[in-house]
Design a protein. Structure first.
Length: 114
């Protein structure tokens, strides 16, 4: 599975951004992020058919993950952004069941200014 994440940029606190992950095939997709000096953390995920979604506590209520299976694209709509949301965001696929993913996109930088 090939993945390409895009849509990052600079936004003021309280603003919104929508990230996209273009996948070469439809699969379970997760979003992760890694802030400077911190470990990578899970953000959200969506099942192959879009029937179920999962969120980290930090994302629940502000972020929404969705997908367009016709385009095999997964979106991460991020609202009410905070400076602590600043990170490189990655999409991942090929969940192994033990918490690891086999395929990763290249990441897109989100910077939230205060």
């Amino acid at each position: 599975v090939q993945l390409q994440a895009y849509g990052g940029g600079l936004v003021q606190a309280g603003g919104s951004l929508r990230l996209s992950c273009a996948a070469s095939s439809s699969s379970f997709i997760a979003w992760f992020r890694q802030a400077p000096g911190k470990e990578r953390e899970f953000v959200a995920a969506i099942t192959r058919n879009g029937g179920s979604t999962y969120y980290a506590n930090s994302a629940r209520g502000r972020f929404t993950v969705s997908r367009d299976n016709a385009k095999t694209t997964v979106y991460l709509q991020m609202n009410s952004l905070k400076p602590e949301d600043t990170a490189v965001y990655y999409c991942a696929a090929g969940y192994s069941g033990d918490g690891s993913y086999e395929y990763w996109g290249q990441g897109t930088l989100v910077t939230v200014s205060s």
